[in-house]
Design a protein. Sequence first.
Length: 183
Amino acid sequence: MDIGSTIRAIRKRKNITIAQICEQTGLSQGFMSQVETNKTSPSIATLESIAGALKVPIAYLLLRKEERIQIVRAPERMQTASGPEHLKVSHLGRTKNMRMVLVELPPGSSTGEHPHAHEGEETHLVIRGKIRVEQGEDVAVLEEGDAFSWNACTPHKVQNIGEDTAVVLIAVYTEEQEDWKLT
């Protein structure tokens, strides 16, 4: 873990000196310097004191880099094509077990000729258009603003039944880190 670098970055961003931290926490400047250079690991009680002086939650100091905020700017989104009809998929973001994508379905297109299944759970929000969804024996027609969720291990299918391109925002949760596809 790189707790020291995190502490230093927060301290500098907030224009707090090591001396000010030491004054609030009772720690020595030498010790704080060693903490910030990752030469020593502070106890939880010490971290709590440092977090208090920095006015940040102690949990933030314990986050690994991949657990912190991940920003994907619109022009930087990864774009892929998925399914037999090569639907346009914009990858908006992901965490260890969840990913969010924006899928464009041209008129008449679908996620495949036949329903398919995969690991995970999904929640969908229809941003634009009119779609037909089916999962097992359940069938529904949804329009802009409608949302639905399902366990993806049951065969399912999404089809654009409108006259314009449909856009669907999908949040996918999986227990395993895997590459998620519409097929």
